[in-house]
Design a protein. Structure first.
Length: 148
């Protein structure tokens, strides 16, 4: 079966532990993810939810792997756009690697579906989210002011 995939790499001047906290703690997530936050226990098998600032559900899924502060894998399902919701589940991998005093964050998203509208959407969204994350951690402010 054909797959749709997206991969992105960004280097952030931060420790793996601080980056992990930014990826997993709702009060930090809101600051770079356009006001959204993730609700979960971060235990393998636990459900997770990405929630809009107004309380609507954006995405949901299941925590597949956790190796703090280096690896996180999520089953991911879009909830707010019918055409993407119908595509089914995708899998998102976040891998943190220490390299020369910085952390390389690798984000990949894949779906067992050719020409996925959802993967096309994350290919637009992840670079903005991760640029905000990098800027927040390195300067204290996201680069897209509407993110907070």
């Amino acid at each position: 079966m054909a797959k749709s995939t997206f991969a992105y790499c960004i280097y952030i001047q931060v420790t793996p532990e601080r980056l992990w906290r930014a990826l997993t703690e709702p009060e930090l997530t809101r600051r770079y993810w356009f006001g959204m936050h993730i609700e979960t226990t971060w235990q393998v098998g636990a459900p997770w939810r990405l929630v809009f600032p107004d309380g609507r559900l954006a995405d949901s899924g299941q925590v597949l792997t956790v190796d703090a502060p280096y690896r996180l894998t999520l089953r991911w399902h879009n909830e707010w756009k019918p055409e993407m919701r119908e595509e089914g589940d995708s899998v998102c991998h976040l891998v943190l690697e220490e390299e020369e005093g910085v952390v390389k964050l690798l984000v990949s998203h894949e779906m067992d579906r050719e020409a996925s509208a959802f993967i096309e959407a994350v290919a637009w969204g992840w670079p903005r989210i991760l640029s905000n994350l990098k800027s927040l951690l390195e300067t204290g402010e996201p680069i897209f002011p509407q993110a907070q």
